[in-house]
Design a protein around this ligand. Structure first.
Ligand code: XMP
Length: 531
C-alpha cells in the first residue's frame, strides 16, 4: 500500500454521502470477500444502515462515525499468508460489538491469542452445524441452527482466552465463538448467504439484541435525508439531469426535484432507438404527472442519419455515444447557467471503482456529456444505495411500477439488437416483436423474475410459407436471461406455452417476420446482447 492510500483510509473511511447515516448503523470492515457487499445488503434489509469500510481504517476514524456495531467480513486470504490483510486490534476495543465472519473471525481469534491452523480439511458448501448442547451462547441461542454454509480452508482450532465455543462442525472445532462480556462474536460460516437458513435471524440477533440498533433505515428516511442534503449542496443554483428512462436516473431526478423543484431541468434525448411507447411513458411520468421541467429532444432523425450504412457493433456504439453527447450539449447550452449535474451513480459503482471519497467532483472535463468549458459539480443522491433500495425509494416517491421495475436496457438501445444496418423499417419490426414479448412476459407474471427479456433481429432472411404463399422474411430471436449482476447470466427456461404464444403472435402480428427462434446461450460464453 502506498502512503497516499493509507492517508485516504485514515481521512475518509466512508463516502461523504454515507457518513451521516453511519451513526447507529453497522459498518462492515472489508477484508475483500466477494460477500462483503452482501453482508451490508442483508443488514440493510433488516432496516439498519450498513456500509463497507476498508480493512485498514483507522480505529479512531471508525469510532468517530459512531456505529452501533462492526462486522469483520470474510476474505480470500489465509491469515498465514505474507501480506494478508491485518486486523487492527484496536477495532476490538472500541466498546462497539464486533461480529467476525469467516476470515473476520480468524483474524479476531489470532489477534486475541487464539489459534488458527491450516487443518488441511477445508469446508465448502452446506455443512451440518452442531451447536453446543450446554451453551448455545447469545448469538445462536434459540435459532434452528442445523445447517450452515461454509467456505474456508483455515480454521480456528482454539478460541482466544475468555471466549466460549458455541458451535462446531465436523471439520471446524470452533464454528461459532463468543465473549459476550466484551461484545465479541465470531462465526466461521456465512450467515449472509441464503444457504444458511437461519442466517438472517442470526444477523438480527446481532443487530437488535447485541448492538441494540434501531430499524430506522427505510425508504422514507433515505428520502428525507437525501432531500435535505441536496438542498444544502445545490443552494439556489440550477441543476440538470439526463433521463435515460431507466430507474436510476429517474429516481435521482425525482429526489432532486423534490429538493429544489423547478430549478431542476431534465433532458430526455429520444434517439429513436427506444422500445415502443417508451418516450411517451417518460414524458407522461415526469412532465405530466410530477410536473418536472422536461426537455424531450426528438433526435431520431439525426441519429438514424449518422447510423446509415453502419454495421459494425462498436462503431454503432461510438456514433450513438458521440451523438448523444452532442445533442445533450446543445440542450445544456440553451439552458444557460447550470452549475450541477445529477447522476444516478449507485453504491455498487462506488464500491467497484474503489472510491473512498469524492461525491463532489468539480469537473472541467467531460462529465456525463457536458461541454468541456462548463464546470459542473455532481449531485449523486443514490451514491449510498443498492439497486433494490433505489427501487424502494422510487416506489415511495410514486414512480410508476413500470419504470421502477424496468429491466436493464442498454444505452445504445435497439441499435445493438438490430444486427447489421439500423433502418427505420428494421427498427419498426424489432419494436413490434419486442412489444409482443414484453406483453406476454408480463402477462405470464415473469417480467420481474427475468434479468432481461428482449428480441433480436438478425441480418438474414429465411424462406417460409404463409397462406399458400412462399415468404422470404426476417427471423426474430427471443433472448431471455436470469442474472444477478449481468456479469454472468443463464438463459431463462421460459414455459413452452409462453413461447408458443409469443411465436404465434409475432408471426401473425409483425409483418416482415416469418420465423421465431430461441437463444439458448448463457454468459459466458455468450454476452447478453448480441452486439
Ligand atoms: P453484455 O451484452 O455485455 O451486457 O452481456 C451486459 C449488460 O450491459 C448492458 N449493455 C449495455 N449498457 N451501454 C449500456 O448502457 C452499452 O453499450 C451496453 N452493452 C450492453 C446489457 O443490456 C446487459 O444488461
Amino acid at each position: 500500500m502506498t502512503t497516499a492510500d493509507a492517508d485516504t483510509a485514515v481521512e475518509a473511511p466512508l463516502d461523504p454521502v454515507l457518513r451521516e447515516a453511519a451513526a447507529g448503523g453497522v459498518l462492515v470492515v472489508d477484508f475483500g470477500a466477494q460477500y462483503s457487499q452482501l453482508i451490508a445488503r442483508r443488514i440493510r434489509e433488516c432496516r439498519v444502515f450498513s456500509a463497507l469500510v476498508p480493512h485498514d481504517v483507522a480505529p479512531e476514524r471508525l469510532a468517530a462515525l459512531a456505529p452501533a456495531g462492526i462486522v469483520l467480513s470474510g476474505g480470500p486470504a489465509s491469515v498465514w499468508e505474507m501480506g494478508a490483510p491485518q486486523l487492527n486490534e484496536a477495532l476490538l476495543g472500541l466498546g462497539v460489538p464486533v461480529l467476525g465472519i469467516c476470515y473476520g473471525m480468524q483474524v479476531m481469534a489470532q489477534a486475541l491469542g487464539g489459534e488458527v491452523a491450516k487443518t488441511g480439511a477445508g469446508e465448502f458448501g452446506k455443512t451440518a452445524l452442531q451447536p453446543d448442547a450446554r451453551s448455545r451462547g447469545r448469538l445462536i441461542a434459540d435459532l434452528p441452527a442445523e445447517t450452515c454454509w461454509m467456505s474456508h480452508r483455515d480454521a480456528v482450532v482454539r478460541p482466544p482466552p475468555g471466549f466460549g465455543v458455541t458451535a462446531r462442525t465436523q471439520s471446524s472445532p470452533v464454528a461459532a465463538m463468543e465473549d459476550p462480556g466484551r461484545g465479541l462474536y465470531g462465526v466461521q460460516f456465512h450467515p449472509e448467504v441464503a444457504h444458511t437458513p437461519f442466517g438472517t435471524d442470526l444477523l438480527k440477533t446481532f443487530l437488535f439484541d447485541v448492538c441494540d440498533a434501531a430499524p430506522t433505515w427505510t425508504a422514507t428516511t433515505v428520502i428525507e435525508e437525501q432531500v435535505e442534503r441536496i438542498r444544502e449542496q445545490v443552494g439556489d443554483e440550477r441543476a440538470l439531469c439526463a433521463l435515460s428512462g431507466g430507474v436510476d436516473s429517474a429516481v435521482a431526478a425525482l429526489l432532486v426535484h423534490r429538493a429544489i423543484g423547478d430549478r431542476l431541468t431534465c433532458v430526455f434525448v429520444d434517439h429513436g432507438l427506444l422500445r415502443m411507447n417508451e418516450g411517451e411513458q417518460v414524458e407522461a411520468a415526469f412532465s405530466r404527472h410530477f410536473g418536472v421541467p422536461l426537455v424531450h429532444v426528438q433526435a431520431q432523425e439525426r441519429f438514424l442519419a449518422r447510423l446509415a450504412g453502419v454495421t459494425e457493433p462498436e462503431q454503432k456504439r461510438k456514433i450513438i455515444g458521440e451523438e448523444f453527447i452532442r445533442t445533450f450539449e446543445e440542450e445544456a447550452r440553451k439552458l444557460g447557467d447550470v452549475r450541477f449535474l445529477v447522476q444516478g451513480t449507485l453504491y455498487t459503482d462506488v464500491i467497484e471503482s474503489g472510491s473512498r471519497d469524492g461525491s463532489v467532483i468539480k469537473s472541467h472535463h467531460n462529465v456525463g456529456g457536458l461541454p468541456e468549458e462548463m464546470a459542473v459539480e455532481l449531485v449523486e443522491p443514490l451514491r449510498g444505495l443498492f439497486k433494490d433500495e433505489v427501487r424502494a425509494v422510487g416506489e415511495e416517491l410514486g414512480l410508476p411500477e413500470r419504470m421502477v421495475w424496468r429491466q436493464p436496457f442498454p444505452g445504445p438501445g435497439l441499435a445493438i439488437r438490430v444486427i447489421g444496418e439500423v433502418t427505420t423499417e428494421r427498427l419498426d419490426i424489432l419494436r413490434r416483436a419486442d412489444h409482443v414479448l414484453q406483453e406476454e412476459v408480463r402477462r405470464a407474471g415473469l417480467y420481474r423474475e427475468l434479468w432481461q427479456s428482449f428480441v433480436v433481429l438478425p441480418a438474414v432472411r429465411t424462406v417460409g410459407v404463409q397462406g399458400d404463399e412462399r415468404t422470404y422474411a426476417y427471423p426474430i430471436v427471443l433472448r431471455a436471461v436470469t442474472s444477478d449482476d449481468a456479469m454472468t447470466a443463464d438463459w431463462a427456461r421460459l414455459p413452452h406455452e409462453l413461447l408458443e404464444r409469443v411465436s404465434n403472435r409475432i408471426i401473425n402480428e409483425v409483418p416482415g417476420v416469418n420465423r421465431v427462434a430461441l437463444d439458448l446461450t448463457s454468459k459466458p460464453p455468450g454476452t447478453i446482447e448480441w452486439e
